[in-house]
Design a protein around this ligand. Structure first.
Ligand code: C6P
Length: 427
């Protein structure tokens, strides 16, 4: 096989070679067969695969230093605590945060957003205050705000989506006004791959004195991310979409906001003192982390980030851009195909949502699976996007660091089989 290594330029003045073969060797799952074919995993927006380094770290924790954190004076507990708190430092560095104490561990992006809705929002918002979100949000960044609206009486406003999946920025300028108290916006659409101009929107929100929450579930795993450059006050994301284990999420917040917020859940670790009458709260971040946390997975998440750092996020982005170009150029020739999402490829992540005329996306997904090609079909937990496009669902291929052009060829070949199988005008 031809060796696959690419030079994606410089990142922080370090010259890197993107060695795709070496990367793929770190992901044993990519060698497995599905329905008699080598797996082609193109469902990375749902969850990414995990490298051996992450899997090994999980084993190492349970084998060598399994203990609870923050509680024991014994060696194992100290080792576990050091590794667990070390992961906090790694995450802070990765997103450009000043202080590791601003990193709060949650279970996932969904819990991170709900934490803000339950604590900051309920402490700071009153009936009539406005929250601006957009029509391209994942349900995780819609439903918590609808629940808050129903409880508190805040008003929810949506920045409209244009037909190509970008946001109507003129409408955004009108919607973000003096009543806006929170802008909650995605960094990248999971359904269409649209990269949102977060910094521009954040500047509009800050000019009105509003707080900005960024849903980084799809952005942080794929784009170089700096919390200050993007103008975020809160940033939420999930480990499992960026080589890490399931069950670990991050909420980053500005320290002054976190300090002023009430706790989320009550219990062990989040208190300073408890009497039978009342309790006082631990410092940030522990104030928000009640009970024994997900220690092993959090430590292994640190390993996942170190893996991404070694590649360099500029190179990750360049690789996905290259795959996106190749995929769009090839997929557009499949008979009866509709490609959704921005025309301008520079504002797209490695996500291609598509349809095939006369074939339900679930059927596309099923036939593709029979060729070993894993994609997602459905509304992608973004039903307002589907409503705006007036379709029930799409098929979605999403790329990550280990995907190759040959895998996109396999996708396109399988798409052609779908067309042949279901007949119709294009067979
Ligand atoms: N999107 C997808 O297939 P959790 O499930 O909490 O880790 O992430 C929720 C979430 C929030 N925001 C965005 C933009 C997302 O894409 C997701 C998860 C997956 O697209 C699963 S529905």
């Amino acid at each position: 096989m031809m060796r696959q290594s690419f030079n994606y330029g410089t990142d922080a003045n370090v010259h890197r070679v993107y060695d795709l073969d070496a990367i793929r060797r770190d992901f044993p799952i990519l060698k497995r067969e599905v329905n008699g074919k080598t797996l082609v995993y193109l469902d990375n927006a749902a969850t990414s695969q995990k490298p051996v380094q992450v899997i090994a770290e999980l084993t190492r924790y349970y084998r060598d230093y399994n203990a609870n954190v923050h509680r024991g004076v014994h060696t194992l507990s100290q080792e576990a605590t050091a590794a667990y708190e070390g992961a906090r430092e790694i995450v802070a560095r990765f997103i450009g945060a000043k202080d590791p104490c601003e990193i709060i561990w949650t279970r996932n992006t969904t819990e991170s957003i709900n934490l803000v809705a339950h604590t900051w929002a309920r402490a700071n918002l009153v009936a009539g205050d406005e929250i601006v979100i957009s029509e391209i949000e994942h349900h995780s960044n819609i439903v918590p705000w609808q629940m808050l609206r129903d409880d508190v009486g805040v008003v929810l406003r949506y920045i409209p989506m244009l037909q190509d999946g970008t946001l109507d920025m003129a409408a955004a300028k009108r919607l973000i006004g003096p009543k806006t108290k929170l802008l909650a916006i995605t960094q990248m659409s999971n359904a269409l791959g649209t990269i949102v101009p977060v910094a521009e929107l954040a500047a509009l929100a800050h000019a009105q004195g509003a707080i900005v929450l960024v849903d980084g579930a799809q952005g942080v795993p794929h784009l170089p991310t700096d919390v200050y450059a993007m103008g975020a006050d809160f940033l939420a994301f999930s480990a499992h979409k960026m080589l890490g284990p399931t069950g670990v999420g991050v909420l980053w917040g500005r320290m002054e906001l976190l300090e002023a917020m009430p706790p989320f859940m009550g219990g062990g670790d989040m208190i300073l003192s408890v009497t039978m009458q009342h309790s006082t709260w631990n410092d940030v971040p522990h104030k928000f982390e009640a009970g024994t946390p997900n220690i092993a997975d959090t430590i292994a998440f640190g390993t996942a980030i170190e893996y991404l750092e070694a590649l360099g996020m500029e190179a990750v982005r360049a690789h996905e851009r290259e795959l996106l170009d190749y995929a769009l150029d090839r997929m557009v020739d499949v008979p009866g195909v509709t490609l959704y999402g921005p025309i301008d490829r520079s504002i797209r992540g490695g996500v291609v949502s598509f349809g095939l005329e006369g074939v339900h996306p679930h059927d596309i997904g099923q036939v593709l699976d029979s060729y070993g090609v894993a994609i997602r079909a459905g509304h992608h937990c973004a039903q307002p996007v589907m409503a705006r496009l007036e379709i029930p669902a799409t098929a979605r291929a999403s790329f990550y660091i280990y995907n190759t052009r040959a895998e996109i060829d396999a996708l396109v070949d399988a798409m052609r089989e779908v067309v042949r199988y279901f007949g119709g005008v294009h067979a």
